[in-house]
Design a binder for this molecule. Structure first.
Ligand code: SER
Length: 324
């Protein structure tokens, strides 16, 4: 068996940073090459600056480290994408082609995160099926829907082992999201722990599918570990965790912090959220590779708040020590 060497793009990002750490814990620090466009502190193990639009540099790194798998996390998310659609399209698509082409040349395994954004206003909103209408109305969603199909194309045409999931909003204490529509569900916990009110950019009753970071990372590892013949989906697997509204998450937080207050100031992100599903049917992932998330809203909230409280204490202690 060849030794597994993983290259991660966007390793400094919300999911990338946690995935890097978990993969390093699992396969050893030197088996995971973290790359990002900005230099980032990611603990032990190699780090390389990489703009994924630079295909030559990607090839060079793949060759130098004898990479066997690429996890392509770098992307512009939904809300930021709408600020400059052409740039978002170019970044999301050109980077994917660079990854797929490098992988094709050296027969590497690839992980590509798609998103619930691949669905659109014409998709059934409740229990959105695996196979359904995908007519996304954000540039991010268009790039993910196209990306999924390109992954399947490389699988069918070149036999490339590309695997993908449609992530819902990801919630974790370990890192901060950036540029997404589901980001509010991370920010809200930070505000609660700091004792501040939260101004929500979505309406109280906007239900969206979400997933706790620990489940998301576990899912990626499981999918990538499954033998190829078990995988019946080569576009992207639906994944579900928990669906809730801003009103519901804030009520859950209030069970721990009764004084916590939320108010609503919807902005352009409301229209993005309104175009997405409210809940997802993930039977296929459960069937094919035993996907089984562990966290519901109550458990997620308890875990988030206790980790953030701990991090705040450590921060306070550090500040105290710095003053001595
Ligand atoms: N979290 C992403 C976003 O909000 C959805 O995949 O853009």
């Amino acid at each position: 068996m060849t030794k597994k060497t993983i290259l991660i793009t966007g390793a400094g990002g919300q999911i990338g940073s946690v995935l890097t750490k978990t993969l390093r814990d699992t396969y050893g620090p030197n088996s995971v090459i973290a790359t990002d466009i900005r230099s980032t502190e990611l603990g032990d193990g190699p780090f390389e600056l990489l703009d994924v639009l630079n295909g030559n540099r990607l090839h060079e790194l793949v060759n130098r480290y004898r990479v066997t798998e690429i996890y392509h996390l770098a992307a512009i998310l939904s809300a930021r994408g709408e600020q400059n659609p052409k740039i978002a399209w170019d970044i999301n698509m050109d980077s994917l082609f660079n990854v797929l082409d490098a992988a094709k040349e050296r027969k590497l395994k690839v992980f590509f995160p798609s998103s619930i954004a691949a669905f659109g206003p014409n998709t059934p909103k409740v229990n959105t099926p695996q196979e359904t209408i995908t007519q996304p109305t954000t540039v991010y969603g268009i790039s993910k829907a196209a990306g999924e199909n390109w992954c399947q194309y490389y699988f069918l045409k070149y036999g490339l082992d590309v695997r993908s999931v449609r992530f819902p909003g990801i919630i974790g204490y370990q890192s901060l999201p950036g540029g997404g529509t589901t980001d509010y569900a991370v920010d809200i916990y930070h505000k609660a722990i700091l004792g501040e009110d939260f101004s929500c950019f979505l309406q109280a009753d906007t239900r969206l599918p979400m997933l706790y970071m620990d489940d998301a990372i576990q899912g990626v590892l499981q999918l990538m570990d499954t033998t190829s013949d078990k995988l019946s989906v080569r576009t992207s697997y639906n994944l579900a965790g928990v669906s809730f509204t801003p009103a519901e998450i804030s009520a859950e937080i209030q069970k721990h912090h009764p004084d916590f207050k939320i108010h609503y100031a919807p902005d352009f992100r409301q229209a993005i959220a309104d175009s997405w599903p409210q809940s997802i049917d993930d039977q296929q992932a459960r069937h094919d590779w035993n996907w089984q998330p562990q966290f519901d809203l109550a458990r997620m909230t308890t875990d988030m708040l206790s980790h953030l409280a701990e991090m705040l204490q450590i921060e306070k202690l550090k500040n105290l020590v710095a003053q001595i």
